[in-house]
Each structure stands twice: as structure tokens, then as C-alpha cells.
Design a protein around this ligand. Structure first.
Ligand code: GCU
Length: 597
């Protein structure tokens, strides 16, 4: 008898790409089910597990008299990973349920192994079934999750894996009903079977202590977590430093710290990564980790103890010329190469955690990262359940990426309207993020208000964040670009000031005079005025991440000539061609790099 603890996920396994995995990517069959027929009967009652008309049960008729009204076929195929919207025109605007099905063989693994089913992300909610049994469910479109598969549920042949994916939007979800990005649905990232020992190293943290900077020796601190209690010494190795350390563990976790001879710090100029090997009695996990410190001191941001200026740019997780979600290493390299062309040293991954390939590529290429949960705009801030959903996504984001040195900022949200309920909700998230990970800066895009050319930043959320990040669109949403010339800034907080967004639209290839809205010349003028204003900013001005690297799809952008379902604030157009404004920002970054390398 198989006992499944329904609907619970197992605690997240980190660093799955460096474990023993069986890839379930590729062609999955699907059934489009806008009326949820596979889940509810005609009286809208949830079907019970053995209901033969449930879409998680076999679609093969028992005999010629048997009535089956659902079925999976090679005529209906979706590629996984990948959003469904870009794979077939009938899905472009689709918001609803699609059932995915994959059959796989599984040669019997030794009894000493455990098998987990791991999803990089599914947007937005999913229910997962294997061989007619429910493994569990998950909500949240941009973070990983996994389920343990009971050994006796797996068969040698034809395992029947079914995933119900529903991307409908709801007022009490994260994000909520309205976003300025496309609601790409589907199994949008990798699906793996992860094979681990019965008792395995599930998670770990290895960080450079901030106290290290004042000494030649470097202090490393961290912890290791097992899937179950152990009583043994594990070995931590850093071959590049010829370093080995035994760590005694009695229980399911242990903290450690040790000092290292001079090591090479990670920075965006020199992104040095060290191989780390953790070996226990039954398990061995390898990773590549960079050692750096990041902190706010007064009104400056310090990387490895030195003040830096963030030459950033915002990115959506999208490949514009194909109009699809990005997910692969090649996609990450393509996007971050564009960032490097801009002479940027930082990316704001808007407005949700991007795929793991992106942050690992940033580690390797030396690009600082702002990572964010999609607490965006008009969230249901008075709802305690919604706060728990936000905390779940925050926890999944931090758990997956806490060892990614390129990530220097956790952001708990974007442009949320100021009310007491919102400030309590967001303040709670900021404190939670700090408790989950004390090694990074906590931020959020705050609100401003403008009176007679004076832009005031006194958002109460600013008391909870380490830096003052604001989105400003002077000259696009507020008057014309020359409004920047008289702009005065009044900042309530003595913390680093950061423009987390600024930008203007231009239809790539549309040329006119600079006063003509939607022309490349208008966008170019916008950036020229912004750059001149930035040169006059107060000394705590610590950088910017303009909106945005590439044009991106948005259902909110419906000017029939200049948008047609796209937000065209990209510095690159739909086809990856640079617009004139690109060169204005690049020359500013060239200048800033000389001043603050
Ligand atoms: C907002 C928001 C973005 C949006 C942008 C715009 O600041 O944060 O998600 O796309 O402005 O209006 O283009």
C-alpha cells in the first residue's frame, strides 16, 4: 500500500544540477482543460483519486465497450521546459489549466537510494500525480520545489507522470491580478528525477564572514543540513586552496567556521569561484562558490570593503526575438552578454526569481544581481495567508540561491502602494529575509511623491530596507525629459540611493525628432536628460538599473502602432538591435567605470 503525504512538498534539495539526476525534459503530451473537467465532475465536485475519468488516471480503455473521454496523444505535444504561450498560437493569451503527461521507464535503483521529483518552476500552481497517486501540489510561478517518490510507487516501465498546471491569476496570490509582464504558463523550467542516498546532504551555506576583511586570514562560516540525523564527521574540501576540514555532525545539521590562508575574493572584475566538496559517509556534493562580502556602510554600498557604484540594468526572464520565457544556460549567456555590452556590472532580475542558470552564469561572468519576489503592485496586504505565500516564495528563492555570490540584494517587492497594512506586510518580509540570510542587502522598490519638481522619498518601508531604491520615470510618466533639469530630490533616509528603474519607450527603428513620443530620438533624449540629472545627484547616489534591457511582452501595452502587446522600453528592440538610447547609457557607464572601476 503506498502512503503519500498529500500536498506536502519535501524540503527543498539545493544544488540539484551537481547531483545524480535523470532529466525528464523534452516532449510531454497535453490536454487543454479550461473547464477543469479532469479535476472536477459535472457537479463541480473534486474527483476522488481512483475516478477513472480523472485526467491523472489512465487514458487507455479497458476494452472496446469502455468509455474514455480524455486521452494523451502525440498530436498534442508541449516542450518542457518552456512556457505554452510561445509554443502554439492558440496558447498565446491562454489562462487556465493544461494537463501535462510524460511516460518514463525507471530501471530499479538500489534500495539505498531515495528518488525525488524536482521542478525548477511551474507557473502558477500545479498538482502532481504519478501512476494515479497524488505526490502533492505547489503554488508560486518562479521558484523550485520537489516531492519524494515512494520507492514502491515507481515501476520499471511506463511510469505515468501527470502534472496539472493552472496559470489563472487571483487577487490573493503572489503576484496578484495585474502585472506589467506576460502571464507565461506551463512547466517553464527543468524537471528532474534526483537520486540521493537514504540520508543525504540536503542543504548548506558557505559564506565569507564580514569580519574577514580587516585580517589577512579569511574566516569562512556556514552550516550543513542532512535529510535525517547523523552522527559522523563530514569532510569539507577546497582543492584550489589545498584545504580540508572535518566537521563533526550529531543531529540533522551542524554549524562550522574556520579560517583560510589568503584566498582570492570574488568580485565583478575578477569572478573567482572555488570548487567546494562536501563528503559524508553516504553522500558527496560538489559546488562552485565565490567568497565576497557585501554591506551598506552609511550611505555607501561596499563590496569586499570598497565602495562601488552599481552600473545596472533590469531584465525580464524573456527571449524577446522568440517571445518566450528564458530558461537555459544559452539563454542566460545571451542575456548577460548584452549586459556586458552595456558595460554594466549589475542586473536587477525583475520582478521574480529567475532560473538557476541565470544566477550561476552571473557568478561565472562577474555580474552583481538583485533578486526579487513578485510582491508587485496591489497585493492583498491585509491577508495573513497571502503573507505566508510571499514568505514561502522568499524562502524558496533564498534556499536555492544563498550560495550564489553574485546575488548581493534580496528584494521583497516592487512599487507597492503605501498603507499601514502594506508597510507591515513588507516590513515583515524584509525582517524575514534578513533572518533567512544575513549576508546580503535587503531592498524593495519604494514609492516617491512629487510636488512642484521636488521628488520626496519618505516611504515608511524605507526604515526596513538597507538601501533606498526608487523607480523614477521623470520625462516619460511625468512631463517631458527636460523636467530632469530642475528636479530636486529629498530623501528621508541616510542610506545608499538607487534608481531601481528609469526608462522610456521607443519602437525600434522608428525615427523622428526628439519631441515625438515613441521615437528612438525621444528615448535617447530621455536618457541624456536622466544622465545629466544623475551627475547632479547627492553623494549617496549609488547606482541605477534602468528599465529595461530588452523589449518585453505585456498585455497592458495596447497602442496599435507603437506597442501591440509589447512594452518597448528596451535598450534593445524585439530583434536584439540596439536603439540609440543604448549608446547614451553605455557612454555614461564607461565614464562611471573610470571614476569607480
Ligand atoms: C513600473 C514597473 C515595471 C513596469 C514599468 C513600466 O515601474 O515596476 O514592472 O514595466 O514601470 O511602466 O514600463
Amino acid at each position: 500500500m503506498v502512503h503519500i503525504c498529500c500536498y506536502a512538498q519535501s524540503p527543498l534539495i539545493t544544488n540539484v544540477y551537481n547531483r545524480t539526476i535523470i532529466n525528464l525534459n523534452g516532449k510531454w503530451q497535453y490536454i487543454v482543460d479550461p473547464y477543469e473537467t479532469g479535476f472536477y465532475d459535472y457537479r463541480w465536485k473534486e474527483r476522488n483519486e481512483r475516478d477513472r475519468e480523472a485526467y491523472w488516471n489512465s487514458d487507455v480503455p479497458d476494452n472496446k465497450t469502455d468509455r474514455k473521454e480524455h486521452g494523451y496523444t502525440d498530436k498534442n505535444i508541449l516542450n518542457v521546459p518552456g512556457d505554452w504561450n510561445s509554443q502554439d498560437t492558440k496558447f498565446l493569451y491562454y489562462e487556465g489549466t493544461v494537463w501535462y503527461k510524460k511516460s518514463f521507464d525507471f530501471k530499479n535503483v538500489a534500495a539505498d537510494k531515495k528518488v525525488f521529483l524536482y521542478f525548477g518552476a511551474v507557473n502558477y500552481k500545479c498538482d502532481v500525480y504519478l501512476n494515479g497517486k497524488k505526490l502533492g501540489a505547489h503554488k508560486g510561478g518562479f521558484t523550485p520545489f520537489n516531492f519524494e517518490i515512494p520507492q514502491d510507487l515507481l515501476k520499471e516501465k511506463e511510469n505515468f507522470l501527470v502534472v496539472k498546471v493552472d496559470n489563472k491569476r487571483y487577487a490573493d496570490e503572489i503576484p496578484t491580478l495585474n502585472t506589467d509582464w506576460w502571464n507565461y504558463g506551463g512547466i517553464t523550467r527543468d524537471v528532474q528525477l534526483v537520486l540521493v542516498p537514504q540520508n543525504f546532504i540536503r542543504d548548506y551555506s558557505i559564506q565569507l564572514s564580514k569580519t574577514s576583511l580587516s585580517t589577512k586570514e579569511k574566516k569562512i562560516e556556514g552550516w550543513i543540513k542532512f535529510s535525517a540525523p547523523v552522527n559522523e564527521n563530514i569532510l569539507l574540501e577546497i582543492p584550489g586552496l589545498k584545504f580540508k576540514k572535518e566537521i563533526a555532525v550529531s543531529g540533522d545539521s551542524a554549524a562550522f567556521n574556520f579560517t583560510l590562508p589568503a584566498l582570492e575574493l570574488w568580485s565583478y572584475q575578477r569572478p573567482k569561484l572555488y570548487q567546494i566538496i562536501l563528503t559524508s559517509k553516504d553522500d558527496k556534493v560538489k559546488d562552485k562558490i565565490g567568497f565576497r562580502t557585501i554591506e551598506v556602510q552609511g550611505s555607501r554600498i561596499l563590496l569586499n570593503g570598497k565602495p562601488i557604484f552599481l552600473r545596472g540594468i533590469c531584465i525580464h526572464e524573456e527571449i524577446a526575438d522568440q517571445g518566450r520565457r528564458a530558461y537555459s544556460k544559452a539563454d542566460a549567456l545571451q542575456l548577460l552578454k548584452q549586459v556586458k555590452e552595456l558595460n554594466a556590472n549589475m542586473v536587477r532580475l525583475a520582478h521574480y526569481p529567475h532560473n538557476e542558470n541565470m544566477v550561476r552564469m552571473a557568478d561565472s561572468l562577474g555580474i552583481l544581481v538583485w533578486s526579487e519576489i513578485p510582491v508587485y503592485w496591489t497585493i492583498d496586504f491585509g491577508n495573513a495567508e497571502v503573507l505566508q505565500k510571499a514568505k514561502q516564495q522568499l524562502n524558496e528563492m533564498i534556499t536555492r540561491d544563498r550560495n550564489r555570490c553574485s546575488i548581493i540584494i534580496w528584494s521583497v517587492g516592487n512599487e507597492t502602494p503605501v498603507t499601514d497594512a502594506r508597510t507591515n506586510f513588507m516590513g515583515n518580509l524584509a525582517q524575514t529575509a534578513r533572518q533567512m540570510d544575513g549576508y546580503r542587502i535587503i531592498s524593495a522598490a519604494l514609492e516617491t511623491h512629487t510636488d512642484n519638481g521636488v521628488i520626496t522619498v519618505d516611504d515608511p518601508l524605507g526604515q526596513y530596507t538597507d538601501m533606498v531604491s526608487v523607480n523614477e520615470y521623470l520625462g516619460w510618466y511625468g512631463g517631458l525629459p527636460n523636467n530632469c533639469r530642475n528636479a530636486q530630490w529629498k530623501i528621508k533616509y541616510d542610506k545608499p540611493l538607487f534608481f531601481s528603474e528609469t526608462g522610456a519607450e521607443a519602437l525600434g527603428g522608428y525615427h523622428a525628432d526628439s519631441l515625438t513620443r515613441w521615437s528612438e530620438e525621444y528615448q535617447e533624449w530621455f536618457y541624456r536628460e536622466q544622465v545629466e540629472m544623475m551627475k547632479r545627484m547627492p553623494s549617496n547616489f549609488s547606482g541605477l538599473s534602468p528599465w529595461i534591457l530588452n523589449d518585453f511582452r505585456s498585455p497592458r501595452r495596447n497602442n496599435p502602432t507603437y506597442q501591440q502587446g509589447w512594452n518597448n522600453k528596451g535598450l534593445f528592440d524585439h530583434n536584439g538591435k540596439k536603439k540609440k538610447a543604448f549608446y547614451v547609457l553605455k557612454s555614461y557607464y564607461d565614464e562611471m567605470k573610470k571614476k569607480m572601476p
